[in-house]
Write a protein of this length. Structure first.
Lengths: 846, 348
């Protein structure tokens, strides 16, 4: 299974001799199929190049479409042609070598200098061997730059004429054209020693190969033709381009043979050069794009490799997989954070390999015999043949079952799988979950583990991958489960958190007035699998929620924390006082969860999160939270306060405006009076909302359910409340008040240079009261601005992410805790200065 | 510093990827355009995602270069002293001191009328201004009351345009202050009520010449300026501090070790390298890794000309050829002794 691995990859250029050696056919016909629909010999679909039609046999290897890998062919160009991608290199070589003796234009003194410089560079970086990375070094580059300006050859004394490259591929020397054949001759004459000095390894690459005489033609497998429904064939873009090349080549040959005038030959030669240029890269600057009949630009070699949809990033860096599933996700409060609910349809289709050995062959037999749900789908024989297990074949397969076979059985509870949501922005966007097959057509997870995936259930879909080797399964199971990755590597705070209804439930369970009858207590505790009553019972026979909550805390736990809802004290696993809120179990700061993780380990914390989730939902069945519109009605007092705020801000803006108009406004440093006015007015109007916020905070009691939800961070924040019942506040467009529209005003409804809060973008109405038309439009302007900046920021930050990962992806921690890059260079002598795991940072700080 | 094994990083851990993800992931939560914060007094500075990108790109000209200048112990508690320091630092140009001027372009004369109250507010005298202008040898300067007469010395005929240019140049010349420090503000530290200055510009060496300044506490938000003044180590810390500030301004929590690793990666070679095509990612040893990032064709062609080897030591290369990656569990090899292998072999 483990074939010998590749040690390294060396990049070179290919010689015409090698091309001829590997070629199986010289292609001479600028066409594909003949009138009978049969491939033409010597054409571009020549059967020696391999076959793609299922019925045909390859004329080189005799293989059929599936087994024949394809073979290369070649085209003999009657006139040499510049390889466009190497034109720059050729230009450099022409500039640094003598036009008559073709030696490197380096004098003795420079040569010794260069050699010592190289030696020095090698001392700094001893792991590079000569001739390999030399060209990278700035020593070489600066030397070559100097050589380009040498006027006279130090060896034969010839005056050097100026060489020009007219992009992409046309060279001239002095005022003469420098044709490709002349360039090729020149390159041939550069000595190997000089090439080594330039950085080219003559054993790998000869510069004359940058001028093409023999063109390699890829096998048909690389450029398959598609048969349309109508029976017409549609050829690949490369084939089209190659047809053009052969046709031009043929015409050029005929004209040369017929002794046509030089101008005509030159014209055709140039056309051939164009065809070759676009064959390699159809986006070469300065060259008209070669197009298909339908005016679509042709996708030639460079385009196949390049960019996000190119070969490298699409097929080599990114790979498609089997054994995966995708469907909509939904919540399930009874699943632990390490589990995922999988619908039967998916469980029946995905498989896990069962490696048959002499010790488990009995179990294997049983499995293979099964004719209903957990059954074998495929059997892989010792020779690697994969056979489908059906009712008909099962008996036969049973006889062939021996140690060494692999059975592919359906997914069952307890199997491990990787669960992923895109965009996969960090490592906890892919985690391992244990399979739990559950009815329905959606995959389910606990709300507590949606945070790292950034998932919600408004139609989100997620992917499931089943690891196939034992090694991969073990890594998933022992390294990638949420409970093992609980503290986030970014912040050190837990990724398994209580949210929304769970936080509401925990508040309802642990606030001061939370008493429950015996039967309520019993049913809640039974929900989490606790079948005894709390020790501490109230006089009237009821139980306090804190006593109930204490039942899911680990024994011996001590915890204390100040909180705005009353100080929390846990003593020996008993919640003595305080409300369990988001600072203990919620996003960003889950100190209690973290403490349990640190003291009791992943398994206990998994249980705690699950039990807290179950318990909180059980509370919600008994006493839930609901809100109504009336929660947002203002009292008379609040209405008065609101009016005051608006009057005050109106007055403030008026004074500022008068001051500005009378030129009495003191400009702030570095600002004009106008900018100062804008800044101050904008700031003042923004403050109005925070004043409203503090008024709300003071006057709306926590018994108001809308207020309660925002206080315990279950849903919504105080800003939502303020905007609903008091005032919406100042709208901003591009970081300042809405300004654009008409000269001196935003809307024609307003007066020119009107400067009251409304005209300055201040929405004094509340959502409940309703916005007036001007406010409505200004609000829409603000909303549009934020919608646009949101879409822009995802694009910008996505690219930043890609760049960061590309820059840092090779860094790893060595056994001595130093951080190294791919070449072993030390980045940090000890990771982070102390060698601490970022996941543990929050914990260790305690 | 020995650290509890329980809290120690696991050897092999792909800390680079973790750092990159930790920095990149909250990018979507950052704002694109900074609000002018409610407190108007503070200087407008680049922030949020654009600032993060600016740091990471190692831009040579940041949008809002700025210096925070603390004063020596004996000066820092009084506003007067802070103001004095401010006057020494803030740029004052000739034009800032004028109530008006007149030009005689034909004769090459200019008369500058200095404004007394403006001079006083900058604590300058007419004499010092005229001396400053006279420091230019090609000018003849005469002070008459509060008027400075300037004449261009040269005898040869000058055209009006060039005379004009010289005059404009004189009016834009610096009388006092540190070049580049055009906006200086006095702020008060909430923690110990000391006064400090915030100045635009990145002329670190200029500020260090001012005596009242606490030279050990000067900071600048332009890593390149810090690099030029103090070298890589300081530049590395400047990058780290700027990264920390950018994230804490947005109330986004990121462990500083991730930011530190990025700063170290950027300054690994002794200069400041950017993240991306022209920096760290573009200078990787591996041909395939570079080809997988950007400019695919260019890298492949270049590799073939010079016969480059790809030793397949990085992550991207190994993904491409289908080998295990060289980080994390991919680094760990399992070995077993031959005799132990015999023990677990199934008996035939």
């Amino acid at each position: 299974m483990h074939a010998e691995m590749i040690d390294y990859i060396r990049f070179t250029t290919i010689s015409p001799e090698s091309i001829k050696k590997m070629s199986v056919a010289k292609l001479i016909v600028p066409d594909t199929y003949n009138d009978d629909g049969y491939p033409i010999d010597g054409g571009l679909i020549d059967q020696r190049l391999g076959v793609i039609d299922p019925g045909l046999k390859c004329k080189t290897c005799g293989g059929r479409a599936k087994s024949c890998p394809g073979h290369f062919g070649h085209i003999e160009l009657v006139r040499p042609t510049i390889h466009p991608e190497f034109a720059k290199t050729l230009y450099m070589l022409l500039q640094v070598t003598c036009e008559s003796c073709h030696r490197l234009l380096i004098n003795e003194k420079q040569l010794t200098e260069l050699n010592s410089d190289i030696e020095e560079a090698l001392l700094d970086n001893p792991d590079v061997s000569l001739g390999e990375t030399q060209s990278d070094s700035s020593v070489k580059d600066s030397m070559l730059k100097r050589l380009k300006n040498v006027k006279k050859c130090p060896y034969c004394g010839t005056e050097q004429r100026k060489i020009k490259l007219e992009r992409p591929t046309f060279f001239s020397i002095g005022n003469e054209k420098l044709r490709p054949d002349a360039i090729r001759d020149w390159m041939e004459k550069i000595s190997d020693d000089d090439l080594i000095l330039i950085g080219i390894d003559p054993k790998a690459t000869k510069p004359e190969w940058f001028v093409i005489t023999t063109l390699l033609v890829p096998p048909v497998n690389v450029r398959p033709s598609i048969t349309l429904e109508t029976g017409d064939r549609s050829e690949d873009d490369l084939t089209h381009k190659l047809v053009d090349i052969i046709r031009t080549n043929q015409r050029l040959e005929q004209d040369i043979d017929a002794g046509a005038p030089q101008i005509i030959i030159d014209d055709l030669w140039e056309l051939l050069q164009y065809q070759i240029t676009t064959y390699f890269n159809n986006e070469t600057p300065g060259v008209p794009v070669s197009r298909h009949r339908s005016t679509r630009p042709l996708k030639t070699l460079a385009q196949r490799l390049k960019g996000k949809e190119g070969r490298v990033r699409y097929n080599l860096s990114g790979k498609r997989v089997n054994f995966s599933a995708r469907t909509v996700i939904s919540p399930d409060g009874y699943l632990s954070i390490d589990q995922v609910g999988v619908p039967p349809k998916i469980a029946e289709n995905l498989t896990v390999p069962f490696y048959v050995t002499q010790w488990n062959i009995e179990a294997a037999k049983k499995l293979l015999e099964s004719e209903s749900y957990p059954m074998v789908i495929n059997m892989i024989m010792k020779d690697g043949m994969r056979k489908r297990a059906t009712e008909a074949t099962r008996k036969e397969l049973l006889e062939q079952l021996v140690p060494g076979c692999i059975l592919e059985r359906q997914l069952v509870d307890g199997d491990i799988a990787l669960f992923n949501r895109q965009p996969t922005l960090h490592r906890v966007s892919i985690m391992a979950h244990e399979i739990k097959v559950l009815p329905g057509r959606t995959m389910r997870i606990n709300v507590s583990i949606t945070f790292p995936y950034n998932a919600d259930f408004d139609g989100d879909e997620m992917n499931l991958h089943v690891p196939q080797t034992l090694e991969a399964q073990a890594e998933a199971r022992y390294l990638m489960k949420p409970s093992l990755l609980l503290p986030s590597a970014r912040t050190g705070t837990p990724i398994g958190v209580q949210q929304e209804d769970q936080l509401a439930g925990l508040y309802l369970l642990t606030n001061d007035d939370a008493y429950f009858t015996k039967s309520q207590t019993a049913s809640m505790l039974a929900n989490v699998g606790v079948y005894e009553f709390p020790k501490k019972q109230e006089k009237d026979g009821r139980y306090h929620g804190r006593a109930i909550f204490s039942m899911i805390l680990p024994k011996g736990l001590d915890f204390a924390q100040k909180s705005k809802l009353g100080d929390v004290v846990i003593k020996d696993g008993e919640l003595v006082s305080g409300v369990v809120d988001n600072t203990m179990v919620g996003i960003g700061r889950a100190d209690l969860t973290l403490l349990i993780y640190d003291k009791y380990g992943p398994e206990e914390v998994r249980k705690f999160i699950l039990n807290a989730s179950k318990l909180s939902l059980a509370v919600a069945y008994i006493s839930g939270i609901s809100i109504s519109l009336s929660d947002y009605y203002n009292s008379d007092k609040l209405n008065k306060e609101r009016e005051n705020i608006i009057n005050e801000i109106t007055a403030k803006v008026a004074t500022l405006t008068t001051a500005y108009r009378e030129k009495k406004l003191q400009p702030l440093p570095g600002m004009t009076a106008k900018q100062t006015y804008e800044a101050e007015v904008f700031a003042e109007l923004n403050i109005a909302r925070s004043i409203a916020e503090s008024v709300i905070k003071k006057n709306v009691p926590i018994s108001n359910n809308a207020m309660l939800m925002s206080t315990i961070k279950a849903r919504g924040n105080i800003l939502n409340y303020v905007q609903t019942s008091m005032l919406v506040g100042e709208q901003s467009v591009r970081g300042e008040r809405a300004k654009r529209g008409y000269s001196g005003r935003v809307l024609p409804y307003l007066h020119v240079n009107q400067k009251d809060p409304l005209a300055l973008g201040f929405v004094a109405s509340s959502f409940l009261g309703g916005l007036n038309p001007v406010e409505y439009i200004i609000h829409a302007m603000g909303s549009r601005d934020s919608a646009m900046s949101k879409s822009l920021i995802t694009a910008v930050s996505g690219y930043l992410q890609r760049r960061l990962i590309n820059a840092l992806q090779d860094f790893y921690v060595e056994n001595d805790l130093s951080v190294r890059d791919a070449s072993g260079k030390i980045v940090q002598t000890i990771y982070g200065g102390d060698g601490m795991d970022p996941m543990m940072e929050s914990i260790a700080k305690e | 510093m020995a650290i509890d094994k329980k809290y120690q990083i696991a050897p092999g851990e792909a800390v680079g990827v973790i750092a990159a993800q930790s920095i990149g992931e909250p990018g979507t939560q950052m704002v694109l355009k900074a609000f002018h914060q409610a407190g108007i007094a503070s200087v407008v500075r680049n922030s949020g995602l654009p600032r993060l990108i600016e740091i990471v790109d190692a831009r040579r000209r940041p949008k809002t270069p700025m210096m925070t200048i603390r004063l020596q112990k004996q000066y820092r508690m009084s506003y007067e002293n802070a103001n004095k320091a401010k006057r020494q630092i803030e740029e004052v140009f000739v034009k800032d001191l004028l109530s008006g001027f007149s030009e005689e372009l034909k004769t090459g004369k200019m008369h500058l009328f200095l404004n007394k109250s403006k001079l006083e507010s900058y604590e300058l005298t007419a004499k010092s201004v005229s001396n400053k202008i006279a420091s230019n040898d090609s000018l003849e300067v005469e002070l008459e009351g509060s008027t400075v007469h300037v004449r261009i010395k040269s005898k040869k005929e000058r055209d009006i345009k060039s005379v004009r240019t010289i005059f404009v140049h004189i009016r834009n010349s610096l009388v006092a202050g540190i070049p580049g420090a055009d906006k200086v503000q006095i702020l008060q530290d909430q923690s110990d009520n000391s006064f400090y200055l915030v100045s635009s510009g990145n002329n670190i060496l200029g500020i260090l010449d001012v005596d009242m300044v606490d030279k050990s506490a000067l900071t600048c938000n332009d890593p390149f300026a810090v690099y030029n003044a103090f070298g890589v180590e300081a530049a590395r810390n400047a990058i780290l501090n700027e990264l920390i500030k950018t994230f804490s301004d947005e109330d986004i929590e990121v462990e500083s070790r991730h930011l530190g690793l990025l700063a170290d990666a950027m300054t690994l070679t002794g200069g400041i390298k950017s993240v991306g095509r022209h920096g760290i990612a573009g200078e990787k040893g591996s041909v395939l890794a570079r080809a997988a990032y950007e400019e695919t064709v260019k890298h492949l062609i270049n590799a073939s000309v010079f016969g480059k080897k790809d030793m397949l030591t990085g992550v991207a290369e190994n993904i491409m050829i289908g080998k295990q990656v060289t980080v994390g569990t991919g680094r760990v090899k399992l070995a077993i002794k031959k005799e132990d292998l015999e023990k677990i072999k199934p008996k035939a």
